[in-house]
Design a protein around this ligand. Sequence first.
Ligand code: GLN
Length: 198
Amino acid sequence: SLTIGVLALQGDVREHRAMLEQCGVQTIGVRRPAELAQVDGIVIPGGESTTIGKLARIFDLFEPLRQGLRDGLPAFGTCAGMIMLADAIEGGTADQETFGGIDMVVRRNGFGRQVDSFEATVRFNPSWATAFDSPATFIRAPYVEKVGGAAEVAATVTAPGGDRIVAVRQGRLLATSFHPEITGDTRIHELFVELVRS
Ligand code: GLN
């Protein structure tokens, strides 16, 4: 059976594990390279991307995770986790590093500050699955400025500032601007589990 890790340095780890377990997979929290080596896929939760990057360095996970992603480890990043999977970011701190993996430019805090957090319905329209609408919570969320040739827009939302790309998939990498782990709707986690199985 599958084991999916949840990067457990910071952020809403417990919620992701609960959603994945509802999807019928085993989960472990990943804090060290030996744990990373055991997983069939990894979730990078929301939190603060600068902190996640720094803690990943401190816990000696940064390079193994970056390399794992290059070698095809499936990953699902939400919010700060989306930022960590981006090949390029805008609005980051000067020395901010990401793991990379998805050919996209992500704008940190693109929707504004904490007070601008909002809920909306996202239209999930991935070419590899049936389209559906999902409730989504955006908390100081990033959005995707653009995707490169290898990446595919998976969901958009109509936000106060216009339509924005809020989910992207590239091969077995998936990223969302929002937090599907807190909605009670397991469909997006199921999409990731299917990508891991594929
Ligand atoms: N604003 C955070 C960052 O830039 C992301 C917020 C979140 O994960 N809820 O890392």
